[in-house]
Design a protein around this ligand. Structure first.
Ligand code: SAM
Length: 216
């Protein structure tokens, strides 16, 4: 695992927590569909390293990292475990509408002790629950949840000055951003993903509405 980019150089404790997470993923996958079955064998790269690479792009201070549509916890729960080592004051919040996936996420949190709050709700309904955490988000992340115009509508209530977005996206991101720019002033940069494939990390540093809600 140490040789997998994004997971290189993690401590023995972090490695142990991620292995606990991977073992639980395999166990629960037999009962509920957490990830595409074809990706399970290569989960270290496809899910864990893909998520872990975001940590290198986190700001120095992360009080709250918000992950939307977390599914089986990628990238947010991996971030939560990695931040225990690099940003010990951080809290991660996972918003996921599927309650069975949330039960899995809770079991990983319980087994690893990660400072992660799971909110079993649709992101559109979770504003009060997130506000109760006491901090605005410094980082918002998502993978495979929605095209950018829709994703921007989902995250806008949680966005504040100084926040950054870190999104794992595929090859269609340029056309998604062209569409999004009709509705938002945005400032973005693309960082090639360090895991195989044609993915990118889309870093969002400005989000301000210029037209009413996208008609998704
Ligand atoms: C394709 S899965 C991706 C899961 C994970 N991010 C990953 O990359 O493995 C999309 C997830 O987003 C969740 N989701 C979709 N719309 C949502 C919403 N409005 N609020 C909260 N969760 C949502 C779904 O339940 C699902 O688990």
């Amino acid at each position: 695992m140490e040789s997998v980019s994004g997971l290189a150089g993690v401590s023995r404790e972090t490695r142990g927590r991620l292995e606990t997470y991977r073992d639980l993923l395999v166990k629960w996958q037999a009962r509920i569909n957490l990830v595409a079955p074809s990706t399970l064998e290569d989960a270290w790269v496809r899910h864990f390293a893909d998520s872990a690479q975001l940590i290198a792009h986190a700001p120095d201070r992360v009080r709250l990292w918000l992950d939307v549509g977390s599914g089986a916890g990628f990238p947010g729960l991996v971030a939560g475990i990695m931040l225990m080592e690099t940003h010990p004051d951080s809290q991660v919040c996972l918003i996921e509408s599927d309650t069975r996936k949330c039960a899995f996420l809770q079991s990983v949190v319980a087994e690893t002790g990660a400072p992660v709050k799971v909110i079993p709700m649709r992101v559109e309904k979770a504003e009060a629950a997130v506000a109760a955490l006491g901090h605005t988000a410094d980082v918002i992340s998502a993978r495979a949840v929605a095209p950018m115009p829709r994703l921007m509508e989902m995250i806008a209530p949680y966005w504040s000055q100084g926040c950054i977005g870190l999104f794992l996206k595929g090859r269609d991101v340029a056309s998604e951003l062209t569409e999004a720019a009709k509705y938002w002033t945005i400032r973005t940069s693309h960082i090639p993903s360090s895991t195989p494939g044609d993915g990118v990390i889309l870093k969002l540093e400005e989000l301000a509405r210029v037209r009413p809600e996208h008609p998704h």
